[in-house]
Ligand binder design. Structure first.
Ligand code: 5AD
Ligand code: SF4
Length: 445
């Protein structure tokens, strides 16, 4: 079998980062990465099972290869669908040769040896690997910014959510290991770090140092060379004041918090087993609204959870108006295997879920248009991430995680740098601007 691999990633940033670990391991083992599955000897699908639609994608891909040329390839299904479905994947797609969950990636070299030896069905499905945060070979795609896993798994039991089954129990990485990797990233020239975890703010240092999440944030943000620290995702229940204090006092911590609310109705939150009420959630929001530095707030919402009434849905719409999110991701409830919500009655018809999500997205769009238009004239510091050749614009990101594309001279040297830009136009999802000189910016700050 030719030692070439192709990897396609579905799902969240945790998965994107896992693919960097897998690709790095494969490269280290002497495999070469190719751009299409057709060219590859080994085809990896790093899968997501958060909603049924995401799960079906991998089976569609596999089906395609069953019909067309794929006989001389090794197929690997890894990630969340692999963990969830396990060996059942071999029954559903008999041409698959490897099924492995995210806790098994450090075992990948030995699994590859088994595949090369002609073993047709190899699995890595154990969830009790506490060493799986990183591999020594992680191949990071972006030279300026990097993901860093600080906590894996989840001990919450939200009734709709498959993650505790696909990523196992919660385990935090030691603060020393996080700091070591963050320092290595800074030394390699990366200036932006995104701390990752299903519930980052549930982080608890397992070593005697015993840092909490706020301390870890502050320390990572104090590493020389690090300019921006982001974190994703936070759970409202464990979102405590010291996190805001850390953001207020350390300029390198981005003033953006993604705080999924899921619903604006306390009774739906109860059914979801979210462990907070609407009022408790709003209390966290009020801390952020009162912060000395404006903090942008984004969220996730599920519409059509079993039993969600029109009144419940209206509570969610009212919450949007109250919070004024900078952006949000809305999803239609999707029943998932093993989850306790499966046992709830009163499922909402698909057309009704569609109606609700459309109304919700429309409301949010109006909020974003208004909020973004208020930014026109402001000067923002942007991290330059790329260049839009056809538009002649630089692609940048503000500390609030907003895209701000700006015109300016075509000078390679801007890539990866932090430059001031004045917002000249605003759309619902992004800002457009022009670069201003550094001296003007200093006076604005
Ligand atoms: N159905 C729909 N959306 C879901 N999410 C998680 N599980 C489900 C489900 N079963 C959404 C939540 C979560 C985001 C990552 O995906 O909003 O915050
Ligand atoms: Fe999808 Fe959740 Fe797995 Fe991420 S952790 S890939 S969102 S199922």
């Amino acid at each position: 079998m030719e030692k070439t691999f192709y990897i396609e990633t579905f799902g969240c940033q945790m998965n994107a980062h896992d693919s960097e670990k897998v690709a790095g391991t494969l490269l280290q083992q002497g495999y070469n990465q190719v751009e299409t599955p057709e060219e590859a000897g080994y085809v990896f699908y790093n899968t997501c099972s958060i909603r049924d639609k995401a799960e079906q994608k991998v089976f569609n891909r596999l089906q395609h290869f069953k019909k067309s040329a794929g006989k001389d390839k090794i197929f690997a299904v890894i990630g969340c669908v692999a963990q969830q479905e396990g060996e059942k994947i071999f029954d559903r797609a008999p041409h698959v040769n490897l099924v492995a969950g995210s806790a098994s990636y450090t075992r990948l070299p030995e699994m590859l040896v088994q595949l090369e030896a002609g073993n047709k069905r190899v699995t890595g499905l154990s969830l009790d690997n506490s060493e799986a945060f990183d591999t020594p070979f992680t191949r990071r795609d972006n030279p300026h910014r990097a993901y860093l896993t600080i906590i894996e798994g989840c001990d919450k039991k939200c009734s709709y959510c498959v993650v505790p089954f696909t990523r196992g129990p919660e385990r935090s990485r030691t603060s020393a290991s996080v700091m070591e990797e963050a320092t290595r990233l800074a030394d390699s020239g990366r200036t932006e770090i995104q701390l990752l975890g299903q519930n980052v703010n549930s982080y608890r240092d397992p070593s005697p140092a015993g840092w909490d999440f706020a301390t870890l944030l502050d320390r990572v943000g104090s590493i020389p060379g690090i300019r921006r620290v982001r974190f994703m995702t936070s759970h409202p229940r464990d979102f405590v004041r010291p996190i805001i204090d850390a953001i207020e006092s350390n300029r390198n911590l981005c003033s953006h918090v993604h705080l999924p609310v899921q619903s604006g109705s306390t009774s739906v939150l109860k059914g979801m087993q979210r462990l907070y009420t609407r009022e408790q959630y709003m209390e966290r929001i009020s801390w952020m609204k009162r912060a000395r530095r404006p903090i942008s707030i984004t969220t996730d919402i599920i519409v059509g959870f079993p039993g969600e009434t029109e009144r419940d849905f209206e509570d969610t719409l009212e919450l949007l108006e109250e919070v004024q999110y900078d952006s949000l991701f809305a999803f239609k409830y999707s029943p998932r295997p093993n989850t306790s919500a499966l046992g709830l009655g009163d499922h909402i018809p698909e057309e009704e879920k569609t109606r609700r999500i459309m109304i919700l997205n429309e409301r949010q769009r109006a909020i974003q248009i208004r909020r973004n238009s208020e930014r026109v004239g402001a000067v923002e510091e942007v991290h330059v991430e790329g260049r839009h050749a056809t538009l002649g614009q630089w692609i940048g990101r503000t500390e609030h995680n907003q895209t701000l594309n700006f015109s300016g001279r075509d000078d390679e040297a801007l890539l990866g740098h932090y430059v001031p830009a004045r917002v000249t136009r605003a759309g619902p999802n992004s800002l457009v601007g022009e670069s201003v000189n550094q001296a003007d910016f200093a006076s604005v700050l």
